[in-house]
Design a protein around this ligand. Structure first.
Ligand code: NDP
Length: 233
């Protein structure tokens, strides 16, 4: 039986591209969705990653239908941009809760099944912003940088059980998250990309799929930029 892969926020964007790539490679795929309508081609479970009970219920449903996920792509994320001086505490807390604590919730739950299997792959979808910061995104940058510390700590705790934990740090990727920015903001971002273009969700998914493979078994605690060279300095 092929391994079960769970992608949070897998109904759209980067998450859906990861789900499609893993399904095409023969994995059994489950996705969670929050507000979007999920595509019918994957087992879809509604789950708000800020709610521990919903996370628990989602895992129970997936475990009953497919078995325990041995691969977790923690992808769900939000932005609430604003300059520091005007950022409301709720905008900071909400972004941390969804992006960082949400990743902690789902990975803690997923590690139960991975520990039993003595095999696992966790990939956190961080951001280039975690590495260099960004004006107007103190909350988002803090949450995405937090994923790097979270990943490395879990990687060290679970290495002896052949569970790897890695981070990908995408640059500007063509999804609704990027489309929310003005054209001027988007072109300023793309100007900072040495390859001179934004990336596609499929380009992120290809790297994520590799990190989930048997072949990537000696890679753990790594942070992989997928950003057209934006973070190379
Ligand atoms: P989208 O906005 O299209 O996707 C965000 C995803 O997160 C959606 O699937 C959404 O679910 C889900 N989500 C948001 N809040 C919650 C929540 N509370 N509980 C469960 N799911 C939630 O953008 P992307 O595909 O671009 O984003 C995917 C990830 O990639 C994010 O973590 C983002 O930060 C990261 N990223 C994106 C970059 C980009 O340029 N696009 C660059 C770097 C990182 P639903 O739609 O069902 O509500």
């Amino acid at each position: 039986m092929s391994r079960v892969a769970l992608i949070t926020g897998g109904a759209v964007g980067i998450g859906l591209a990861c789900a499609d790539a893993l399904a095409a490679s023969g994995y059994q795929v489950a996705i969670t969705y929050h507000h979007s309508s999920p595509p019918s081609r994957h087992l879809a479970v509604r789950c708000d990653v800020t709610d521990s009970d919903e996370v628990g219920a989602a895992f129970e449903k997936i475990e009953a239908e497919l078995g325990a996920p041995e691969i977790l792509i923690s992808n769900a994320g939000i932005t609430r941009d604003g300059l520091m001086a005007r950022m409301k505490e709720a905008d900071f807390a909400d972004v941390l809760d969804a992006n960082l604590t949400g990743a902690w919730r789902v990975s803690q739950r997923a590690l139960r099944g991975m520990s039993r299997a003595r095999w696992g792959r966790i990939v956190f979808i961080s951001s280039v912003v975690a590495l260099g910061g960004n004006p107007g995104q103190a909350n988002y940058a803090a949450s995405k940088a937090g994923l790097c510390g979270l990943a490395k700590s879990i990687a060290k705790e679970y290495a002896k059980r052949s569970i790897t934990v890695n981070v990908v740090a995408p640059g500007p990727i063509e999804t609704s998250m990027l489309a929310k920015l003005s054209e001027a903001q988007q072109s300023a971002i793309v100007d900072a990309v040495p390859l001179g273009r934004s990336g596609t969700p499929e380009e992120v998914a290809a790297a994520v799929e590799f990190l989930c493979s048997e072949a990537a078994g000696y890679i753990t605690g790594a942070i992989l930029p997928i950003d057209g060279g934006m973070s190379m300095g």
